[in-house]
Design a protein around this ligand. Structure first.
Ligand code: BGC
Length: 437
């Protein structure tokens, strides 16, 4: 590797690396934002959910809808009790057709069209099943009015459907259900996916008090112990008291909503590929990489995905042949130099490591708020593709807890809580209808 290239990479590493003392600093700022958000205003929305943790005794069959990404999922979930559950039926639908036939997430789509589409899918799923109470996981910032009433404050994750912001969501769904004649399908609960993840983790383990999503989007909720105890959806993706790099600023400026969701833009799957692309663009401009021919993905918005970063990180071959192949397919680069391939891997590592460490810092901030001496066991339920699939990600979050809490760190566990959105919606529905064994 040339000296200039190595120096440039070292410089980038310096701005992306968060030491244990940086982590502590960010955690303390996060803790302060929690207190300020609870009593007034902060970058954390701190939205009350009116829900407490379940005790595992909730039972019954519920229709769960998971709405939070471009894929919407309908499930019939049976809660068996004693922390056990089973998925009886399941179907998924795309809100955005890959060939461009429709896009219910775009500004041209209306609330009516979107919810009519969802009601149609519910009608199809329930064709051969008895109607049952419905739990809706709606993974956007919402002000909760009652357990089954919540108003969308603002879209995130690139959603732009018209006429939904400022509206009460289950009301929109009920109208669409009524049009389809589905009068016996009753939305009894509406929750965030982080709440669903915490409910699911707590259904199986009474020590669970934090729920988090590290996927396309990012957010965390926790059980606020003050009387009465209640799950609070922090909307932590909007946290903004951490150091931003020039690349974060470029990404933010080019985003749909500049100035908003800064933590989410630094850590989540929807954005981290783009951060890596901004770094590569900078290096290519300086003539440090791709001197022969600049590959197209460098100047194409979203030319690199989080999945691509995962592929780069997972390439342990001596010549980085998987990255070489990726460059051939995605960048039309018949040949690439070992330095270019190594630079890609290093950048993928810097960006994802910072993501994991920033998220770890926010977990420390929450723990410092709820139990500063760490006198109790804590389980953090986490779902999402980054946490589940990004090579080394979970270990990196764990390392942060280890660095800060040292021998007390074994009082905290990180539990992969898959399908928290679906199971959690069913648990919330059970809690709201009082169904127990
Ligand atoms: C939303 C949150 C959600 C998170 C994960 C964010 O963009 O604002 O409500 O929990 O994505 O899906």
């Amino acid at each position: 590797m040339t000296k200039v290239l190595a120096e440039k990479l070292r410089g980038i590493e310096e701005v992306f690396w968060l030491s244990a003392s940086d982590i502590w600093d960010i955690a303390m700022k996060f803790k302060k934002e929690i207190s300020e958000g609870l009593s007034g205003k902060s970058s954390l929305k701190m939205l009350p959910t009116f829900l407490q943790a379940p005790d595992g005794g909730e039972t019954g069959t519920f229709l769960a809808i998971d709405f939070g990404g471009t894929n919407i999922r309908l499930q019939l979930v049976e809660l068996i009790g004693q922390g056990r559950f089973a998925i009886r039926k399941q179907q998924s639908f795309l809100l955005k057709d890959p060939s461009g036939a429709y896009d219910y997430t775009s500004q041209d789509a209306t609330a009516e069209v979107l919810f009519d589409f969802i009601a149609k899918q519910i009608a199809n799923l329930l064709e051969h099943a008895a109607a049952c109470p419905l739990g809706l996981t709606f993974s956007f910032p919402c002000r909760q009015i009652e357990a089954n009433r919540a108003v969308l404050l603002n879209w995130t994750k690139g959603f732009k459907t018209s006429g939904v912001e400022g509206q009460e969501i289950t009301g929109l769904l009920e109208k669409a259900l009524a049009k389809k004649g589905l009068h016996n399908v009753n939305p009894v609960a509406i929750i965030n996916d982080t709440t669903g993840t915490l409910l699911t983790a707590a259904y199986c383990n009474p020590c669970a008090d934090i729920g988090s999503i590290c996927g396309t989007g990012h957010n965390t909720c926790y059980l606020e112990p003050n009387e009465p105890p209640m799950i609070i959806n922090m909307e932590s993706g909007n946290f903004n008291k951490f150091p931003l790099t020039v690349y974060d600023r470029s990404l933010d400026r080019a985003s749909e909503k500049p100035g908003e969701q800064l933590l989410e833009k630094a850590v989540s799957g929807r954005y981290i590929g783009e951060i890596a692309r901004f770094i590569l663009q900078d290096m290519a401009r300086q003539g440090l990489l791709f001197q022969e021919k600049k590959p197209g993905f460098v100047s194409t918005a979203n030319g690199i995905s989080a999945g691509d970063l995962a592929l780069m990180l997972a390439d342990d071959t001596p010549d980085l042949i998987h990255i070489s192949h990726w460059l051939k397919i995605n960048g039309n680069m018949i040949t690439s130099t070992p330095e270019e391939r190594q630079a890609l891997k290093t950048i993928a590592s810097l960006v994802t490591t910072r993501s994991a460490r920033l998220i770890g810092a926010t977990y420390v901030g929450i723990l410092q708020h709820v139990d500063p001496e760490l006198t109790q066991q804590h389980v953090i339920g986490v779902d999402g593709s980054l946490f589940e699939k990004m090579p080394g990600y979970r270990t990196k979050v764990r390392e942060v807890l280890q660095e800060i809490y040292q021998d007390k760190a074994d009082r905290i566990s990180l539990a992969l809580t898959k399908n928290g959105s679906g199971i959690g919606a069913a648990i919330a529905a059970a809690t709201c209808t009082g169904k127990r064994n």
